[in-house]
Design a binder for this molecule. Structure first.
Ligand code: ADP
Ligand code: MG
Length: 348
């Protein structure tokens, strides 16, 4: 199988393995007598200090990929049927569950969309933050509380000392999301996966939370995977982007280049459906049709039934994610497209 090796193009110092490298990951779910193919050969990588945005419509396999990396896949019915997840160069899919559990929280942490259902409603946020230090570092209750307050201050919760005993429902949505970030940061993990961390928030609060996350990521030099269905949210903070459709990556690019020159009609459609402040009143373009049925993914390119550019070959041949180049063959680092007609899309 040929894929664009995002790892090679983004490897830091010569010879060092990326922080995280996902290789040809496949995840399927047993649905009654059928199999839903949620993830169908995803490869991506993240280095320390780097932010990868994973973009795609609902149901494209973004979260399931993240769950497979974290080791929290709903299994059964979910099953990793193929692939590797290399963390610091080691395939963690081969580790026993007790070792995976040690990695979670300490070395890799996850931030979810819905803080209210991720935090325990009957325990104070201070207790829940402190628990990280008591459980993993054996701190006393008193010291753990001091650490909890420090963390709340790190994520800029006003009056942290006074609020450390408050319960999750006593905080606003934005503040709760800050507490989730604090929980994820507590043990200073090497990798954070944030799954739609601002989707439930108002637009202005979204930007504040995203800026905070980006700032802390830089400060701690963590790898960050930022999952979103909204390109607008990640534009300012991501280094590179992987666009997912029907469980596959259909385009990869450094973030700025994706905006300027998408190399896949699906990406073009997503860009055209972002509301623009300077085009008020204009009708918003939305991609026609529905996301594919994962029990019966279309033959050829999965996007072909919705693609304005589809030709015969698109209905029969699955396009591999391949490097794209300038017209003269010049290299475009980190860029790839799984479209038979990427040339027309990129240079047309
Ligand atoms: P998204 O890109 O919106 O994060 P997901 O990764 O959550 O999408 O889900 C991709 C697909 O995987 C879903 O559309 C669904 O078909 C399947 N799936 C996810 N979780 C489960 C589950 N717990 N049981 C059965 N199918 C699931
Ligand atoms: Mg999701």
């Amino acid at each position: 199988m040929t894929t664009v090796d995002m790892a090679t193009s983004s490897t830091g110092a010569a010879g060092t393995a990326p922080l995280l490298e996902v290789r040809d990951l496949h995840v399927e779910f047993k649905v009654r007598d059928d199999i839903a193919k949620a993830v169908n050969g995803v490869s991506y990588s993240v280095n320390a200090g780097e932010t990868l945005a994973v973009l795609g419509e609902s149901g494209s396999g973004k979260s399931v990929t993240a769950q497979a990396i974290m080791g929290i896949l709903d299994s059964p019915p979910g099953r990793i049927s193929r692939g590797e997840v290399l963390f610091h160069g080691e395939d963690i899919l081969k580790l026993p569950e007790n070792e995976r559990r040690k990695l979670r929280g300490a070395k890799m942490a996850m931030i979810f969309q819905d803080a209210l259902s991720s935090l325990n409603p009957v325990l104070s946020v201070g207790f829940q933050l402190g628990e990280m230090f008591r459980a993993h570092q054996g701190l006393s209750r008193k010291d753990a509380k001091i650490k909890a307050i420090e963390l709340m201050e790190r994520v800029r919760i006003p009056a942290a000392k006074q609020r450390v005993g408050d319960y999750p429902h006593q905080f606003s949505g934005g503040m709760r999301q800050r507490i989730m970030i604090a929980m994820a940061l507590a043990l200073e993990p090497d990798l954070i996966i944030a799954d739609e961390p601002t989707t439930a928030l108002d637009v202005t609060v979204q930007a504040q939370v995203m800026d905070l996350l980006a700032e802390l990521q830089r400060e701690y030099n963590m790898g960050l995977i930022l999952i979103t269905h909204d390109l607008g949210v990640v534009a300012d903070v991501a280094d590179k982007i992987a666009v997912m459709y029907a469980g596959r990556i259909v385009e990869t690019a450094p973030i700025g280049e994706l905006y300027k020159r998408p190399a896949h009609p699906y990406t073009r459609g997503l860009l055209d459906s972002i509301p623009r402040l300077d085009q008020k009143g204009q009708e918003l373009y939305a991609i026609k049709g529905l996301p594919p049925n994962l029990l019966k993914i279309p033959t050829g390119c999965a996007f072909n039934p919705r693609c304005p550019k589809a030709q015969d070959i698109c209905r029969t041949d699955v396009p591999d994610l391949l490097p794209v180049t300038e017209l003269d063959g010049g290299e475009l680092v980190g860029r790839g497209s799984a479209c038979h007609f990427w040339k027309e899309q990129l240079h047309g």
